[in-house]
Design a binder for this molecule. Sequence first.
Ligand SMILES: [Zn+2]
Ligand SMILES: [Zn+2]
Length: 420
Amino acid sequence: MKDNFDFIKKFRELFIKSPQCGSWTRQSENCDYGDILTTSKDCYMSFNSGDCRNAYYCEDSRKLTDSTDCAFCENCQLCYECADCDTCYNSNFCQDCTNCQDINFSYDLRRCKDCFGCCTLRDKQYCIFNEQFSKNEYEKKMKMFDYSNVAGIKFIWQKLEDFKKKNPRMNIHEHDTTNCTGDYIYHSKNCHMCFDTRHSEDSGYIYQANLDQGTKDSWDCGPIPTVMDLCYDVAYVDYLFKCKHVYWASRLKDSEWCVNCIEGENLFGCVYLRNRHDGFYILNEKVGEAEYMQRTAEIKKMLYENEIYTLYDLISKDFKQEQEDKKKRLGLGEKKVRNCFICNDEFEIISAEIEFYKKYDIEWPVYCPECRSKQRYALRNERKMYKRACDKCKNTLISTFPNDSKFVVYCLRCWHENLV
Ligand SMILES: [Zn+2]
Ligand SMILES: [Zn+2]
């Protein structure tokens, strides 16, 4: 049992020693400033996005061209300061607009053209604050609005905010969903409290699964989980099957408590490994199947007894809290309404969740969904870029890891080449 307790210490050693990838931008050109971009070109300070061209300060978006300051947008061109817009052209200061052109300061428009300060319109042209004008009138009136300076923008923005309050809106941003709660959820069914999620099913507390495909039968995942089945407490991952407590990973199966692993199965407490399909691994060491089964069961029990509930806890929990937490847990039993160990807010464990935990042998959570999600977000770097050297090849790289980061940081090429 003492060996098992060492698991926490050894995992932390492995984690702190292993190189971190300085930048996750892939198959992209001239996108050095920014991170997690794929198949993009000439972007600057853009994050978590794909297929973008000339996108500056954009995040969580796809297929943007010549656009700046956009978030959660898709397929937009020549747009500025937009959020949650889809297929818009030459539009600025817009939110939740789809298939629009030459619109400004507008909210929830669809198939509209030449509109200004409008809310919740469909198939309209030449409207100002929802009032219909002729082409000539519209052009004349538009000369009155000057938003070439900060004061002008502020004035119009405030006017729009007041106007928005008068217009009813949908309770949820969704499209093609069945039996879902949350917001910004598309093409999904049976999802509980999921946000920025697409193509997901029978899942709960999924955040930012909005890249390609989302999750199935998974709880507490994201940001950036794509294509996953039967997973719990995973973040920054794709192609995972039956994994728990796994971050920064790709193509893993039946693995738990892992970081920075690519391609493998039956990994437990492993860091910076790849291509392990040949057996069972604990803390990067190969073990026999029987030993794996016995030790992982013991370690899991030990982790729970030591208040390690999430990967975040395993990496960074401060043990001074140990005694106090233990007291709090006394008498918890099968209580479905609990007080979060972190923020003390009440939260409920719903029946779909209980079913998932049972099916997949997971202890019921003691942190509320919000604190759980905050922990997953806390493990990412701030969106600040630093020029630094790759700790292996010494080439200059631009990374969200600062020079004085406690981690060893490699460029993408070295990171992959040195995976063991
Ligand atoms: Zn909480
Ligand atoms: Zn390098």
